[in-house]
Write a protein that binds this ligand. Sequence first.
Ligand code: GLY
Length: 368
Amino acid sequence: MARVTVSLPGSPYPVMIGAGALTELPALLEHLEATAVAVMTDRTVESLWAATIRERLEAAGLATALWAMEPGEGAKSLGGLERALAFLEQAGIDRGGVVLALGGGTVGDLAGFAAAVWLRGVRWLGVPTTLLAMVDSSVGGKTGINTALTKNAVGAFWQPSAVLADLDLLRTLPEPDYLAAFGEVVKYAVAMDAGLAEILERDASALARRALAALEPVIARCVELKAGVVAVDEREGGRRALLNYGHTVGHALEAASGWRAAHGRAVALGMQAEARIALGLGLCRPGLTRRQTALLTAFGLPGPLPDVDVGAVLAAVPRDKKRRGGIVRWVMPRELGQAEVGWEVPEEVVAEAVGEVLSASSLGTLPG
Ligand code: GLY
């Protein structure tokens, strides 16, 4: 089992990574002196893992309530928040209670935000069930919901008390979701860690087969990289924006697809576009874009994406959260393992790169 600490001043917390990490749950809840636990999950995960979680909580002798939302991003709405808060009220969660988010990013974002606002803030634990949530959204305390127009528009930075990333839970994750998550893993490698890129190149086939001995150190490395950034820049004033490499175009693609594009695949295509922009501006060498493409291809990325209109993607770019004073601040790769925040890119350069990568990927598009 690997253990990474997110060293936030005043509220450090552990991320436990490994097969069987859930066995730590009773001891963790005892340490937190939890008086009750409210489990939030979705219906898919409920059918797979709710019984296991209940067993662990019963072993801890805790009063437990469980609420399962509809699966999918639609739950991250004001209506979903209202239902989540009604659940916490009915479950009698007071300041001694703990919210347990059992699921992927959608569950974590909504459950974490409900915990942030319920009674002005109660504690929560993350138990991610997807690879994407293990390497990204379960760590760092970004919680929130969407408005009709904007993803994650309403939210709070509210750190969990601990994260248990139990690799056994990945057994039930569908293959396309598992592989798409490597979009985020490759992002860490290209933007922050050349050593991780070498490990991915060496172990790609074992990782694609979900060999746990190869997977555990890779997840732990991603969590370490994220924890290092979050510890110095929790509120994304600067360095945390590095994590958004590939996301300026990726997020626009997701929006233009009506949120049908898998996040990891959209980020993979976003990285291809953004590396092409960097190459065109003379900020990186062709060797970097080639190596990035090979890393993505090893995991079948970007792979099939919903058919989207280039104009719709470009129109969605200025909505990006990374804007300051109306200017998009791009994250540009410079060398393998090293990206920089804060570049301005002319619109026509963006248009050309997005057009090129979309037409190159159009052979693999899903019907729109
Ligand atoms: N997913 C990017 C971040 O947490 O900052």
